[in-house]
Design a protein around this ligand. Structure first.
Ligand code: UGB
Length: 599
């Protein structure tokens, strides 16, 4: 009571709200006014921030927490009454007529889309000290994830404009959700690289705030153990992206500008843009309000499963069931073996890769009702079976893929399955877990598999386009067995669709397994090339380059390294290999004109 005198009227309201919500313990041991007043003001500033950054404020947070904690204590199953079954969706096979048709439709739609990258996670599982979007996607060129994402969006937007004769007048928006853990470093990465060619105004950073931790089943907020004038906070999860987009006013701005789609994606999937045009084509053709891109999933793999849930009362939805919930749900509903592979060698439930395409109009309608609040969950670690105390504080969490949970039954919620090699190679696990914890035969989700998957995808795409690519060899890096294909890398300027690739390679091309082919140029035609070594082609946009003939040299080798070798940078050690650049043919075409190379 005595301390209220140091606060403004608005701050007093916040104190009263906390007292009404059973949070008086937060003010215990506060000394009289005049002692630590600045700290007390910082405390109330923090409360104001926690209150304003949660839809419905702290009152709503505490109420929801009490309900969810009571459900958790009672052992209530969130899927009570629901039966899982395998849903049906659009299945795409890379390179067939259907895929090409959807890709063409999708590219036209890109100019009506906004792209949203969720990059607030620090990647504790990876154990890397930097931000994940700054990691090299592959070490042949050293291109980082963020550069590839931005360049892919720019090139897709340009292709889209060209195909529709420049109907669009504005730049495609690119949003990055950051957090306190990633914000400053993301901004610095952008600024020090001139936004990788994007206009700074095109890029918006939205920072998510953490939420208050909960100390017990009554949802008493946990004090920070290091400072009695602070509440302990933890991340709320990637589901925050919806409320942030809504409260920022961006969605309305996009609607007014005539946009139709919002695409969401994650921080470390170097393959993701290879399937985006086709998936967008599916959304446009089927008029999906929600389209979730997925890939065949290995049983027990740490990605959610897309599942049809049918309730006893007739309710039905197609939704991601998170990996730790799928197995118990299946066991409880008449599938005694739980989450297992079927005869295809994969789980019958397609794997969610959190690449979502939402139609903007229905998205805004829904968010106008919910304010962007997403169904949350709580995962307390109890001290014992009485479930009355926690081992450490907990908090509410939410996931962006749970957005469809509140949608009306009339919503068109679909999904698109595409080849795994084409679309999904995340970098999430540290080398030890990848080698030892991941079940044998399941994808590693490591820096090693992330990079080698890029070479495999590019090689397989070239094969589909008619290039003869030698078979891969098997190697073990950081305890993980992977296929090593020829290191084929191109920048998005060269190709963003399969049609682009097909247009640029012709006749009898051959690339040996030990080779590296780097294409950094827009108009580079590969004709009758026989490559056994390393060939790097750089060209300016206005140069028309044709390359072919025999290129043979010692090339760039993949050298095994010891992950404990601290003289090497961390981003190299987590891969278990480095590229040893011995000899190459490098060609630079820096002036406009027509060039032909046939050594
Ligand atoms: N992220 C944020 O931006 N903010 C946060 O508070 C937390 C994360 P993880 P997760 O496709 O690979 C998801 O930790 O949550 C960003 C799906 O739930 O890498 O374990 C973070 O920066 C799962 O169903 O993934 O698993 C990153 O970009 C499956 O689809 C993204 O959110 C899996 O991803 C994901 O965070 C997958």
């Amino acid at each position: 009571q005595k301390n209220l005198s140091i606060f403004s009227a608005d701050q007093v309201k916040l104190v009263k709200m906390l007292l009404e919500m059973g949070q008086e313990h937060l003010f215990e041991d506060w000394p009289d006014p005049g002692v630590d007043d600045d700290e007390k003001k910082c405390f109330i500033d923090q409360v104001a921030l926690l209150d304003s950054s949660y839809p419905g404020g702290l009152t709503s947070y505490i109420k929801t927490a009490r309900e969810l904690l009571a459900d958790s204590k009672a052992g209530k199953n969130p899927f009570d009454g629901f039966k899982p079954s395998v849903p049906s969706g659009e299945i795409l096979t890379f390179g067939d007529d259907n895929f090409i048709k959807y890709e063409e439709t999708g590219v036209k739609q890109v100019q009506n889309a906004a792209f949203v990258l969720v990059a607030g996670g620090l990647g504790e599982r990876l154990g890397y000290n930097g931000i994940k979007v700054a990691l090299p996607m592959e070490t042949t060129t050293g291109t980082c994830f963020l550069q590839n994402y931005i360049e892919s969006v720019l090139c897709l937007a340009e292709a889209s404009c060209k195909q529709t004769q420049g109907e669009r007048r504005q730049d495609v928006p690119f949003v990055i959700m950051t957090s306190d853990d990633t914000h400053a470093r993301t901004l610095q990465l952008l600024e020090s690289n001139s936004y990788f060619g994007m206009k700074p105004a095109q890029v918006k950073l939205l920072k998510q705030e953490k939420v208050a931790c909960l100390a017990d089943n009554d949802a008493r907020l946990a004090g920070d153990p290091k400072n009695k004038y602070r509440i302990q906070t933890k991340p709320h999860g990637h589901g925050d992206v919806h409320s942030l987009l809504y409260s920022s006013g961006l969605l309305k701005e996009w609607k007014d500008a005539g946009l139709r789609w919002v695409l969401f994606f994650q921080d470390t999937n170097g393959l993701l843009f290879k399937a985006i045009p086709a998936a967008l084509g599916v959304s446009a053709t089927k008029e999906y309000h929600v389209n979730s891109l997925s890939v065949p999933r290995k049983a027990k793999e740490a990605i959610g499963g897309i599942t049809r849930l049918t309730h006893k009362d007739g309710r039905e939805m197609v939704i991601n069931v998170e990996y730790n919930q799928l197995d118990p749900l299946l066991r409880a509903t008449g599938h005694p073996d739980g989450d297992v592979n079927c005869e295809t060698g994969y789980s019958p439930y397609p794997g969610n890769i959190n690449q979502l395409i939402l139609e903007l109009g229905p998205y805004i309608d829904e968010l106008s009702k919910t304010g962007g609040a997403i169904k949350e969950f709580v995962n307390p670690k109890y001290k014992d079976s009485t479930k009355s105390t926690f081992k450490s504080s907990t908090r509410l969490e939410c996931m962006m893929q749970d957005y469809p949970k509140t949608l009306p039954p009339s919503s068109r919620v679909g999904f698109t399955v595409t080849d795994r090699w084409l679309a999904y190679a995340p970098v999430k696990n540290n080398p030890e877990d990848a080698a030892k914890v991941v079940p044998k035969g399941n994808p590693y989700h490591s820096a090693t598999s992330g990079e080698t998957s890029i070479y495999r995808a590019n090689s397989m795409i070239l094969r589909k386009a008619g290039v003869k690519i030698e078979d891969p060899v098997s190697k073990v890096f950081n305890g993980q067995e992977v296929e090593v294909w020829a290191r084929v890398v191109w920048n998005p300027k060269w190709a963003v669709t399969f049609a682009d690739v097909k247009n640029k390679v012709s006749r009898a091309n051959f690339v040996s397994q030990k080779s590296t082919l780097v294409i950094k140029g827009k108009n580079v035609a590969i004709q009758d090339l026989s490559l056994d070594g390393t060939f790097v082609i750089n060209s300016v946009d206005d140069a028309q380059v044709k390359v072919g003939g025999l290129v043979q040299n010692k090339g760039w080798t993949i050298e095994t390294i010891d992950k404990e070798n601290t003289t090497l940078p961390e981003e190299v050690r987590i891969r278990g290999f480095k590229i040893n650049k011995i000899e190459q043919l490098e060609k630079c075409y820096s002036k406009p004109g027509k060039y032909s190379l046939n050594p």
